[in-house]
Design a protein around this ligand. Structure first.
Ligand code: BYC
Ligand code: FE
Ligand code: FE
Length: 471
């Protein structure tokens, strides 16, 4: 089961050779995917050799090989984690019963919707990042960008496989539309807000992989707990790839902060911008912006959709099977902070209706752990600055806190106060223009742009001067 068939046109471990209809349908979608990749994938680098890892097995440890390949030759395939023997439904009304190998009719629409939403984010992120390579701060960063991009392409394959294999004609139509929507397009935008935001500088890329890819980690984690076993197995393998995306984000911001601290100390007035770098306050603004957009991705704090998904077993909580002992979430309540007459109060919400918030809080705790690590580094650098995450009510456009202004501490404020302060909290046009002005390409092996520190280690134990991309 774990070994992957690389002889087929579409590498897979789902025995595609023995399902001719499915194989033919996917082989029809494949050229459309490649056309999309050539149009919307990294611009200007399709013919270059890139040091990429490719999945060759689904065994933990030794699952990937590294080699120089041209991106259009990357072997995008369909890989599911091994089937777990006697797996039972982790949570909801059917907890403890055998998982489903087919889609129950009554959950077909909801499942399709979840899979389409998940699938839509993957190509969206590639579209958002398509011009970034032209201003990569180093060859290794460029390579990491491409690695993330090809794997997001594979994640699209993962969802398209499920649509083709389990949703018939509707699924095939959905798969076509996944290649037709475009990030930021007014007429046919991507589904979720964060995936229509421009990603035109590298500070944004690092924030995106730190915060937005981490939503991926938590959503995939919730779907790994699904009663629909093929979805669970697909997501479990996607999570293996996801870890690298998160480390690109975490270490990328760490390097920007480290360099900002060095340049702050170097400047007589403590102004890193005077030294041609990005200052710490600017990094904080980018964090405020992308953290807020990313927590919007969890949906509303109070949501009947989330209750339905949980009770029917389509989604679980983070590590539902491993970390929870009570799996029904019935007759329990979540104390939800709500705005009442302009002041904060608390309302008891049935736990099932609060599942989006439960997952969001797990996500926030994960982000906090990373912020702590950054702050330890800043302390060591001996600068008088600590990074923080804004409150989860700050700058929201989805959920119960949208439509009212809050400061980064989460206190409700007036529109006037918001307007007076927002430029201190969020990137201004001027900040964006300044950061953009620093985005000059550095393509000599081992060299770094001025605004970012060198990474602590290379990829797959390669040295700093390694030619990660042959230009
Ligand atoms: N933007 O009850 P509500 C990743 C919509 S990232 C726009 O609040 P629900 C990746 C919602 O669709 C992981 N619309 O929310 C990362 C609904 O619309 P309808 C992606 C939004 O349904 C980086 C309405 O508001 N995976 O993999 O409980 C690079 C009210 O719904 C937003 C998934 O999202 C928003 N932010 O939950 C590459 C998993 N938020 O029905 C990849 C699958 C909500 O009224 N998706 N809405 O038309 C889901 O489980 C759910 O759809 C959500 C929303 C958690 C997103
Ligand atoms: Fe992904
Ligand atoms: Fe990712």
């Amino acid at each position: 089961m774990a070994s992957i068939d690389y002889q087929s046109l579409i590498p897979n471990n789902v025995d595609l050779d023995n399902d001719r209809r499915l194989q033919r349908a996917l082989e029809k979608w494949q050229p459309a995917f490649l056309d999309w990749w050539k149009d919307m994938g990294p611009e200007g680098y399709q013919a270059k050799d890139v040091y990429l890892r490719t999945a060759v097995s689904t065994e933990p440890g030794g699952w990937a090989v590294f080699d120089h390949v041209k991106m259009p030759d990357y072997r995008w395939g369909i890989f599911l984690a091994d089937r777990e023997k006697d797996r039972v439904i982790p949570g909801g009304d059917h907890a403890g019963k055998p998982v489903w190998q087919e889609v129950p009719g009554e959950h077909r629409n909801a499942l399709r919707r979840i899979i389409v939403t998940q699938g839509d984010t993957e190509p969206a992120s590639v579209e958002q990042q398509r011009l970034l390579a032209k201003t990569a701060p180093s060859l290794m960063d460029m390579r990491n960008l491409f690695q993330v991009n090809v794997e997001e392409g594979r994640h699209l394959w993962a969802m398209v496989y499920l649509l083709h294999a389990y949703f018939g004609r509707d699924g095939r139509d959905d798969a076509e539309e996944l290649l037709a929507r475009r990030s930021g397009d007014e007429d046919k935008p991507r589904i979720l807000d964060a995936f229509n935001q421009p990603c035109s500088d590298w500070l944004t890329f690092f924030c995106f992989t730190m915060f937005t890819d981490r939503d991926g980690k938590y959503q995939l984690g919730a779907l790994a707990e699904s009663a629909f076993d093929p979805l669970s197995r697909t997501c479990r393998f996607m999570l293996t790839e996801e870890a690298h995306h998160l480390s690109v984000g975490e270490s990328g911001i760490e390097r920007v902060l480290r360099r900002a601290a060095e340049l702050t100390k170097l400047d007589p007035n403590g102004d890193a911008r005077n030294q041609g770098g990005i200052d710490l306050q600017t990094v904080q603004k980018w964090i405020n912006y992308w953290f807020s957009y990313s927590i919007d991705l969890f949906g509303s704090e109070i949501s009947s959709n989330s209750a339905d998904y949980f009770s029917s077993g389509l989604k679980g909580r983070w590590r539902e099977a491993a970390d929870h002992s009570e799996h029904s979430a019935m007759n329990q309540f979540y104390q939800m902070p709500v705005v009442q007459n302009g002041k904060m109060g608390v309302e008891d919400i049935p736990l099932r209706n609060a599942m989006n918030e439960v997952l969001r809080q797990d996500y926030i705790a994960d982000c906090q752990r990373v912020v702590k690590r950054w702050n330890r580094m800043l302390k060591k650098q001996d600068v008088d600055f600590q990074v923080s995450l804004p409150h989860n009510r700050f700058f929201r456009r989805q959920g119960i806190y949208a439509g009212q202004e809050f400061n980064p501490q989460g206190e409700p404020i007036s529109d006037d106060e918001w307007n007076a302060k927002k430029n201190e909290w969020l990137p201004t046009d001027e900040d964006r223009a300044y950061v953009k002005s620093l985005m000059v390409p550095v393509t000599e092996p081992g060299k770094m742009a001025h605004w970012i520190a060198a990474p602590l280690r290379g990829i797959n134990r390669q040295g700093p001067d390694f030619e990660y991309v042959r230009l």
